[in-house]
Design a protein around this ligand. Structure first.
Ligand SMILES: [Zn+2]
Length: 403
C-alpha cells in the first residue's frame, strides 16, 4: 500500500488542497493530509510544496509503426501528405524497428501517458505494445476497398488480430480498427464488426478527416477521384458516409478526426453513443481544418483529445496537444475548455476505451502522476497546468511505481 500526501490533488472538476491518496493496485481512499498522517503515521510519503497528484493521461489514438517520421512526409494539405505516405511508406516502416517503437512508448510515458490506443496497420508494433508498461488498447486495422482482394485482406487482418489475442498480459486489450469509410469494403466492415460485437472488442475508425474525403464520399468527386482512379481503378467510393455510420449502429466506436462530419452525421454519432477523437496538431499539419467542438458539445457527443502518430505530429505529448487545442479554439471560454480538455485525456478517454482508470476515486486503477510546479495555486489550475512548465516526477501504473 502506498500513501502519497500532496499539496494538490488535481481533477478536472475539483482541486483538493493538502490531500493525499491511499492506494495499492487501485485507489483506496482520498483524504486530507492531516487525517492520513494521524491514521498512517510514518507510512505516509510527503510530496511537499508544489506537488500535484493527478490521473495518468490516456492517448486514444497513435500509429507507432510510423514513429520514424521526422521530416519525410509532406505537410500542408491532405492529398500531398497521403501521396508522400504512400511513396515513403516502406522506408518509414522499415526504418522503425522495435527499438524505435519502444522509444515512442517511452516518450509517451515520459509525457505522463499511462494508457494509449495504438492503431496497428501491420502488426509490427505488437511486441513494443506488449512490452510497454502502459495499458494498451491495440487496434488491429482493417483496410481494403477492392472486393476482389477482400478475402486475402480479411485473412491478413484476422491473422494479426488473432496474434494480438495470443498476447496475454494484464492491461493489453486486442481490438479492431476500421481504417476509414473510403478504404474498406462494407462486406469486410460488417464481418469485422460482427466479430467485435460477438467478442465485445473495442472499435475505432478514422472518419471525415479531410475535405477530399467529404467530396469523395458525397459525390465521387474532388481530389480523391484521380487518386482512386490511378491507384485502385475505382470511380466510386466504397461507402457513403451514411451507409458507413449505419454499420456501427450497435458498436460504440471511437471515430478519429470527424472535422468534416455534417450535422446529420454528428446527430447519428450522438444518438449511437460514439466518441470523437480530436487531434488538433495532426489536423493542422495536414491542412484538414479545425474540429468544431462547440457543435459536438451542443449535440452532447463525447470527444477526447489524441496525438495521432508521428506521421502527422512532431511529438506524442497530450500536454502539447491540449495547449494547441486551447489556442486553436479561440471562441471557446478558456477555463471551461481547459477543464473539458483535462476530462478528455482522463475520465472521458477511459470511458470511451472502457478502461478502469482516469478518475481519482476509490476502486479506480491507481494510474497516477506526481507533477512538480513552481507557481502559486489558483482556481485556474486547469489552464496553468497546460500553459506553464512542470516536471513529471513519478509515474504509477496500477499502483506500481514505473518511474
Ligand atoms: Zn490516425
Amino acid at each position: 500500500m502506498t500513501i502519497l500526501l500532496s499539496a494538490v490533488i488535481f481533477t478536472p472538476d475539483t482541486i483538493y488542497q493538502d490531500h493525499g491518496i491511499v492506494f495499492d493496485k487501485t485507489i483506496i481512499k482520498i483524504a486530507p493530509n492531516d487525517e492520513l498522517r494521524a491514521q498512517y503515521g510514518n507510512a505516509c510519503e510527503e510530496l511537499g510544496e508544489g506537488s500535484v497528484l493527478m490521473s495518468g493521461l490516456i492517448n486514444p489514438h497513435v500509429h507507432l509503426e510510423f514513429s520514424a517520421n521526422r521530416t519525410t512526409l509532406t505537410y500542408g494539405e491532405f492529398m500531398p501528405w497521403l501521396s508522400s505516405v504512400i511513396s515513403n511508406r516502406d522506408e518509414l516502416i522499415n526504418s522503425c524497428d522495435n527499438e524505435c517503437m519502444q522509444h515512442a512508448t517511452h516518450a509517451m510515458l515520459n509525457n505522463g501517458i499511462t494508457a494509449f490506443g495504438a492503431v496497428s496497420s501491420y502488426g509490427f508494433d505488437l511486441e513494443a505494445c506488449a512490452k510497454a508498461p502502459q495499458k494498451v488498447v491495440y487496434f488491429n486495422e482493417l483496410i481494403g476497398s477492392d472486393p476482389l482482394m477482400a478475402d486475402a485482406l480479411y485473412k491478413d487482418f484476422q491473422e494479426r488480430l488473432f496474434a494480438s489475442q495470443e498476447m496475454k498480459r494484464e492491461g493489453f486489450y486486442p481490438s479492431i480498427a476500421i481504417h476509414s469509410p473510403y478504404s474498406v469494403h462494407r462486406i469486410l466492415i460488417k464481418k469485422a464488426l460482427k466479430y467485435a460485437k460477438d467478442n465485445i472488442l473495442r472499435v475505432s475508425s478514422h472518419f471525415m478527416e479531410s475535405p477530399a474525403e467529404r467530396q469523395w464520399l458525397d459525390d465521387n468527386s474532388g481530389d480523391f477521384r484521380p487518386f482512386f482512379q490511378n491507384f485502385l481503378k475505382q470511380s466510386q467510393a466504397a461507402n457513403t458516409a451514411e451507409e458507413f455510420l449505419q454499420l456501427f449502429n450497435d458498436v460504440p466506436t471511437l471515430f478519429t478526426h470527424a472535422v468534416h462530419a455534417n450535422e446529420k452525421e454528428l446527430s447519428t454519432l450522438s444518438q449511437k453513443g460514439h466518441t470523437i477523437i480530436h487531434c488538433p496538431i495532426s489536423n493542422r499539419l495536414l491542412g484538414n481544418g479545425v474540429l468544431d467542438i462547440e457543435r459536438l458539445n451542443t449535440q452532447k457527443i463525447r470527444w477526447v483529445c489524441g496525438t495521432d502518430g508521428r506521421s502527422s505530429n512532431y511529438t506524442l505529448d497530450l500536454f502539447e496537444e491540449m495547449k494547441i487545442s486551447l489556442f486553436i479554439h479561440p471562441n471557446q471560454p478558456l477555463l471551461p475548455l481547459a477543464k473539458q480538455l483535462w476530462r478528455s485525456v482522463t475520465v472521458d478517454a477511459a470511458k470511451a476505451l472502457r478502461l478502469n482508470c482516469g478518475s481519482i476515486a476509490p476502486d479506480y486503477d491507481a494510474d497516477l502522476l506526481v507533477l512538480r510546479i513552481d507557481y502559486p495555486l489558483t482556481d485556474q489550475l486547469s489552464i496553468h497546468l497546460i500553459t506553464q512548465p512542470h516536471t513529471i516526477e513519478s509515474i504509477y501504473i496500477q499502483g506500481e511505481k514505473i518511474q
